[in-house]
Design a protein around this ligand. Sequence first.
Ligand code: MN
Length: 421
Amino acid sequence: MKFIHAADIHLDSPLTGLASYPGVPVDLLRAATRDAFTNLVDVAIEEIVDFVIIAGDLYDGSWKDYNTGLHFCHEMGRLNKVGIPVYLLLGNHDAESEMTKKLVLPSNVHQFDSRKTTTFLIEAHQVALHGRSFKDKATTDNLVPSYPDAVAGWLNIGVLHTALEGNSKHANYAPCSIAELSAKGYDYWALGHVHEYTVIQQAPCWIVFPGNLQGRHIRETGAKGAVMVSVDDTGVLSVERLMTDVLRWHVVDVDVSDAVNINDAVRLIGQNFERLISDNQDNKPKMARVNLVGKTAVFGELFGMAAHLHAEVLGQAAAIGVGQLWVEKVVNKTQSLLTSAEIKARSDAIADLQVLLEEAPHDALLLKDLEKELQQMVGKMPPELLSEVGVFKDIRNGELAPLITSASSELVDYLSKTDQG
Ligand SMILES: [Mn+2]
């Protein structure tokens, strides 16, 4: 016997963060969570699994319209035709109180109650599935005490949406401890909520987060999917990952310490893109965040060149990725080779400027003058620009001191190079 355990499908959740530019595969991004779900159903049918478990957050929230629910019904209909039942639990994103629109569930879909823990029995395989859906989004009670004892001699599966003992990346819903789960005497805990694939514990009591079905932004990197669990008379034999995602997110740290000009930095970015592709021969379209790091001579040259650098990175991605690699964002985290002590030792105009800039954030009078001037400039800007660019927001909110600090080292480095060159 084998079954699929999936969670956190977030059907029709938008994929976010990819900057819009010509060639970005908008249709692929828009359909990604649906296509990943279709891939899951394809595998279930190909492998003729005995049942499918969805451990919460099938939906991202209340539907915008009925199309999300229709897509689910269509996919469930495909499973129904070949006699595969589905056991559905509601998580925080699709808690009973969150869903304002509803459709009658297809006949092969069995939903866990939210008022009490229910047990579904599959006689043919002697399987007992115990679960309790979220009634409200903010379910902060421990639900485990309401789960029944194991059915003796049967394969017992607990289905639960939980953050376990806390997870910094995920809201602390339905907390419980690993020891409590183990104490129930179940064979397998099909968990949901944490978006990273994690096997918390193996036999005799498996505890598994399959991760989400499709990465939706740069904080959900790498391969995503569900798991297939094989079982015989002795219990759970294996838990295998099924990759259902249609595109992947990657963070690429490019060390530009050795670059002496922008062209060098661009070449290094290209080499890192080549490595990304050769290390990930998965044939999945890739979305990359590029972090430039390192103490480098090119630090000053990059000052004020963000738009040009961004275009160069897109150029490298287009040439090396050939329709399979796109750039989410370019973040310049480089640092100057010059220390502020070295600049001070110069005792020239640049050194004076540095002293001035160092004192500026603490000079109330100067800050006031600067604020007045910049506010006038910002006041003439179109509102959409104001809400999108952080710097302008800081100016409008009168938060100038941190702005000066962040711009100072780049400016001094830039000027000291110009001065020498
Ligand atoms: Mn969740």
